[in-house]
Design a protein around this ligand. Structure first.
Ligand SMILES: [Zn+2]
Length: 384
């Protein structure tokens, strides 16, 4: 075997062992050997290496039955940290997350609509540094950060190509944020980060094919196929907000006519509501729905029909095992779930409907920061 291949295999084995301890720990060396098919000698060597590097620790536990003490191995949750950040129109969320995916600290900061790119970045940098210091975390334990935001993102280069909601265009976000924080930065569309959190910690755990649909200020989806995020050619796979559902319909901010987003997004619903009544925010629309005002019932009936149609189309395209619904709409108006489930039955083709589970996000408002932190760990952690 070539030396290069040997090194690669060694690295893969080490990752395999660490993943096993992370997923099933506390676990004995014998169990690890049995589950990985590797020899007890190799397991001992790898576990020792991981111990020296600080990734695992030993715990002593009494095994049931025999009563003999067995030494088990578990991961060291504070060996490293990553930072997950979500930016939207009026809010910035920052979370420091440990190695096993627990949020150590989460902070929400108001973002003014008029705030420009530089102001948002320096606000993030200042708050990140404060959070690190206040929680006594060593800078060298932080291996990097991830930013999730709505829009068209060049994931490979960390560039925001276009975010309508933030009014950002061609922003070299990863590079700029690294310059002011010194940390390595990855950037992705928020829903792609959200589905990562569901895949590792939430509703899509142990699932190979899953789709997440987010409905709120906009509508979009993210897709996991065979355990991998499906990005398409320009990272825009899943952007269903710009599928045309009525070529004679409303004008979209993308310049086309009749995009799905123009019927489902909060802004669109509010704009249509204002033709009937003078309202302050989307919450007033939901309140009117609860008070059974007919115009609100009509409007949300159309919204739920379009959402259900979008879901049924996605199911025919990807045939996932799980479809996760998430976003403001379901959090602010939970009673809408029942309506959508009924329409889902009506509009979805039976062969794909029978095999899919329709569920709601478990991680909700923490999904993006958590998924980002996990993605940063998966991307930036390089085991020697
Ligand atoms: Zn559009």
């Amino acid at each position: 075997m070539e030396k290069q291949d040997q090194l690669l295999m060694k690295k893969q084995n080490k990752n395999l062992v660490l993943d096993m301890i992370k997923g099933r720990g506390p676990i004995s060396r014998t169990e690890i050997a049995k589950n990985t098919g590797m020899s007890p000698t190799s397991i001992s060597r790898i576990v020792n290496e991981l111990h020296v590097q600080g990734f695992v620790r030993e715990t002593e536990l009494v095994t049931s039955g025999v009563g003999r003490k067995a030494v088990l191995v578990d991961v060291e949750k504070d060996v490293l940290f990553t930072i997950g950040i979500e930016i939207d129109k009026s809010n910035i969320k920052i979370a420091i997350v440990n190695y096993i995916g627990d949020i150590v600290v989460l902070k929400e900061i108001h973002r003014d609509h008029s705030e420009n790119y530089e102001e948002t970045l320096s606000k993030i940098a200042v708050n990140v540094q404060n959070m690190i210091e206040q929680n006594g975390i060593l800078n060298e334990k932080i291996i990097g950060m991830a930013v999730g935001l709505p829009g068209y993102i060049d994931y490979k280069n960390g560039v925001v190509k276009l975010s309508d909601q933030l009014f950002w265009k061609e922003k070299t976000l990863a590079e700029d944020l690294k310059r002011i924080t010194t940390f390595d930065v990855i950037v992705d569309n928020e829903l792609k980060m959200k589905i990562i959190s569901e895949y590792f910690l939430g509703r899509a755990k142990d699932v190979k094919n899953a789709v997440l649909v987010g409905v709120g200020t906009g509508i979009g989806s993210a897709i996991i196929l065979n355990g991998e995020i499906y990005r398409g050619e320009s990272n825009n796979a899943g952007e269903i907000g710009h599928t045309v559902i009525d070529p004679t319909g409303n004008v979209c901010n993308c310049g086309k006519i009749g995009c799905l987003a123009t019927y489902i997004s909060e802004g669109a619903i509010l704009a249509d509501s204002r033709k009937v009544k003078d309202l302050d925010s989307i919450d007033d629309v939901y309140e009117a729905f609860r008070l059974k005002e007919q115009w609100a019932i009509n409007l949300l009936d159309r919204t739920t029909t379009y959402i259900s149609l979008a879901i049924s189309n996605i199911l025919c395209l990807y045939n996932p095992e799980v479809i996760i619904l998430s976003g403001n709409l379901f959090e602010k108006l939970p009673e809408i779930k029942e309506v959508i489930e009924k329409k889902f039955e009506i509009y979805t083709w039976e062969p794909v409907r029978e095999t899919v589970k329709l569920v709601y996000s478990q991680l909700n408002t923490q999904g993006v920061v958590l998924g980002g932190a996990i993605q940063a760990q998966n991307t930036l952690l390089d085991l020697d």
